[in-house]
Write a protein that binds this ligand. Structure first.
Ligand code: ATP
Length: 286
């Protein structure tokens, strides 16, 4: 499997925040979720990758091509959905499309119309009258209408109602079924990823915490529930984090066999991606 994006040593700082030698790669044929809490550095990473903001150091290669030397050629092959969508507010959707479409060699008017209909968007409506969700749908219609090989989306589901969110997940699955494609999307709504992601990359405070296949990740961690009185100092060390109430404790661990040995009566459950994300923020990697 070829990598469609390779990033190494990426640095960018704003005041107290910095991307710290960010490195990861996206294999072809994968939907990759880029997760992290508010302010972790997801948008900064995406904007830096796309050269919308200058990097201080690092190497970025899309499709085996260096981004600095091949930006135009690379962007022709990318579908980009950003939350601030750089549009001229006073134009209609159709007018804005007419400005954007000629930039892409493989623009398909037929695909665009199909997505506009699917999302119930009126081509005559002005951009500055769109709701947040409609704006996201419009950006998505543009990104999907030029045979992009990699879709890069910043929080695409955040302003969408459940119906459109599930439509979007379906569209992404269909898009991937064409083969040779990739999707990279940032989100803190991790339940969307439980359904469709193949790979997960987590960022926290500007550093990559892990890059792992989703199924491997879900097999590695376990949620453990038990009696607070059983929590000896040695047992506590096996957890990334622990929540305690009067009724018991809930903790997340990577050392499930050891926990089971020390606490045979414990209730063990599979985690959701959100549990893994929170475990890695609050307790650090153990
Ligand atoms: P969210 O989920 O809230 O969108 P995020 O993971 O995308 O968060 P970023 O938007 O990348 O996080 O922000 C990371 C940090 O960088 C934050 O502390 C933010 O305040 C800071 N930051 C981002 N852009 C700028 C900027 N243009 N000027 C100054 N600071 C910035």
């Amino acid at each position: 499997m070829d990598n469609i994006l390779e990033v190494s040593g990426l640095r960018k700082s704003y005041g107290n925040f910095a991307l710290k030698d960010v490195a990861f790669s996206l294999p072809e044929g994968c939907i990759t979720g880029f997760i992290g809490v508010n302010g972790a550095g997801k948008t900064t990473t995406l904007r830096t990758l796309l050269r919308l903001t200058d990097k201080e150091a690092g190497k970025i290669q899309f499709f085996g091509l260096d981004m600095e030397q091949n930006e135009r050629q690379i962007k022709d092959r990318l579908g980009i959905v950003l939350d601030d969508g750089c549009f001229y507010e006073e134009l209609s959707l159709s007018e804005m499309k007419s400005i954007i479409a000629p930039a892409y060699t493989a623009w398909s008017e037929r695909d665009f119309k199909q997505y506009m209909d699917m999302f119930s968007l009126d081509p005559k409506q002005k951009i500055n009258t769109l709701s947040k969700g409609m704006r996201m749908k419009y950006a998505l219609a543009l990104a999907l209408s030029h045979e992009a090989e990699l879709l890069i989306m910043d929080e695409p589901t955040s302003g969408l109602d459940p119906l459109v969110r599930s439509q979007l997940l379906k569209i992404l699955t269909e898009y991937m079924s064409k083969g040779g494609k990739g999707v990279f999307f940032s989100t803190h709504i991790t339940s969307d990823l439980d359904k469709i992601a193949d790979m997960l990359i987590m960022i926290d405070n500007g550093s990559i915490v892990f890059q792992e296949e989703k199924d491997t990740l879900l097999d590695t961690y376990r949620i453990v529930k038990g009696d607070v009185r059983a929590l000896t100092p040695d047992l506590r060390k096996l957890f990334l984090n622990i929540y305690e109430t009067a009724f018991g404790f809930t903790g997340i661990t990577k050392q499930v066999a050891e926990v089971q040995r020390m606490l045979p009566d414990a209730m063990i459950e599979r985690p959701a991606i959100e549990d893994i994300m929170l475990g890695n923020i609050e307790g650090g990697n153990k």
